[in-house]
Design a protein around this ligand. Structure first.
Ligand code: TRH
Length: 426
């Protein structure tokens, strides 16, 4: 019975995928559509989960919400499988949640490029693929738009660089820079259209919450317990913060997803091998180490907690949509340039906050990112928790309309129109 249950959805997904690819081929050959029908996303996993996290989310959204036939080319299926556990790391081409996931191997296979080609974070497309793109662009009227999806930043210069063309040095091809961001002159944020509704339903529905806690192997904690998710890089400020939580008047439950912060957590509890499933307890603090959970479930963790510590870029955006106070550990870069990026975001985020709340959030975030004195800044941060929560809900509502996937499709149409005019004018 179980086998049958598993096989039927697989077959129907396969049929759906084959049919869609046939439609794509027909539409491409007839030049029928103004919208892209196919999309290739290229992702190199450099470090951590941010690159594949963004690409996987975008791939699912373009496929699931906009009906594109999406191929995700990724050079590390092991990292991908962390976010999508049903993926088989030994299979070089597979369908996962409606997306064709392909191993980006060397040499690169001969394939027909898609209409919308997304190079994530300047990962450098395979040479043979670029040459084929140039041939298509030169010899056919088929639309082909190549964008480089950039990192998210709230800095001022982003608006000026978003959408800029970068002509290929030798081939008749242009790549465009596409910058996510927080204003309508940028590419916006990677959010599903129903994200806030799903969040609100989850936060209202005790049964959904119970299911989540069961999934992570726990009973639903009492309402008066302060629930904190802690996803972070190594951080020297951790021990000071744990000290404060140990001595806190309120019970604190801290959920730590497996990752780089674990060794310092283990040091604190004198455990040489901290790993998923471990539970530590000291006075008023309980800490539970969670396994890395699939990407959709990670949202539920953020929705279920009262305060979320996040890092990088994608978890940072998800925390903004959770409608809860959050703390960002920005990815550290050379010469401390990341502090400029941190301050740029804080300036925009805290603009509508009163002075006390603004200085509390700024002090706590800076302390956490500076890896010093976060324990000292915690109480002031908690004092303005209610204010931060209201602000978080408003912020998410204000930004939900600036949808990166929709903006990308608009951009595709715009470039297509410009190209059609160019061809007409020749
Ligand atoms: O993993 P990161 O630290 O990635 C970073 C950033 O992308 C940074 O910009 C980049 O330059 C650097 O890597 C190399 O953090 P980020 O971006 O939040 O990515 C984590 C992804 O993992 C995100 O998509 C959420 C997901 N996730 C899960 O799916 N399950 C989990 O249990 C957890 C904790 C995260």
């Amino acid at each position: 019975m179980r086998d049958k249950d598993a096989v039927i959805p697989c077959i129907s997904r396969l049929i759906f995928w084959i049919t869609r690819n046939i439609e794509v081929e027909i539409a491409v050959r007839l030049g029928m559509n103004n919208d892209p029908i196919s999309c290739d996303i290229f992702c190199k996993v450099v470090d951590n989960y941010g690159d594949i996290g963004v690409c996987w989310r975008l791939a699912r959204q373009l496929s699931g919400e906009h009906g594109l036939a999406v191929r995700l080319w990724v050079d590390d299926l092991g990292s991908f499988a962390k976010l999508c556990p049903e993926a088989d790391v030994k299979v070089v081409r597979q369908i996962c949640r409606g997306v064709e996931v392909c191993l980006w191997s060397k040499p690169f296979p001969e394939v027909q490029p898609a209409e919308l080609v997304i190079e994530a974070f300047a990962c450098k497309l395979p040479e043979s693929y670029v040459v084929t793109m140039a041939k298509i662009a030169e010899q056919t009227a088929r639309k082909l738009v190549w964008v480089n999806l950039e990192y998210l930043s709230a800095e001022d210069w982003v608006e000026g660089c978003h959408g800029l063309p970068s002509p290929h040095p030798t081939l008749a091809l242009t790549k465009y820079f596409f910058f996510p961001g927080f204003t309508d002159k940028t590419g916006g944020l990677l959010l599903e259209h129903d994200l806030l509704n799903r969040r609100d339903t989850f936060q209202r529905d005790a049964d959904q919450q119970k299911t989540f806690w069961q999934f992570v192997g726990m009973e639903m904690p009492p309402a008066e317990t302060l629930k904190i998710s802690l996803f972070g890089y190594e951080n020297a400020a951790l021990h000071g913060l744990l000290d404060v939580w140990v001595n806190s008047a309120q019970a604190v439950l801290c959920l730590v997803p497996e990752g780089r912060i674990l060794s310092q957590l283990g040091e604190y509890f004198a455990d040489a091998s901290p790993c998923a499933g471990k539970l530590y307890s000291r006075d008023n603090l309980q800490v539970r180490v969670l396994p890395f959970i699939e990407q959709e479930r990670y949202d539920e963790l953020l929705w279920a907690c009262d305060v979320n510590f996040v890092r990088g870029e994608d978890s940072f955006v998800r925390a903004q949509c959770a409608g809860k106070p959050f703390v960002w550990q920005i990815y550290p870069q050379h010469d401390a340039v990341h502090f400029k990026k941190l301050d740029a975001f804080l300036d925009v985020y805290a603009m509508q906050l009163n002075e006390v709340t603004k200085s509390s959030i700024t002090a706590f975030w800076r302390a956490w990112c500076n890896e010093s004195e976060a324990g000292k800044a915690w109480d002031a941060f908690m004092m303005v928790r209610g204010d931060l929560e209201n602000h978080a809900k408003n912020w998410a509502r204000q930004h939900a309309g600036n949808n990166l996937a929709l903006n990308l499709l608009d951009f595709y149409r715009e470039i297509g129109r410009m190209r059609a005019l160019e061809i007409e004018g020749r």
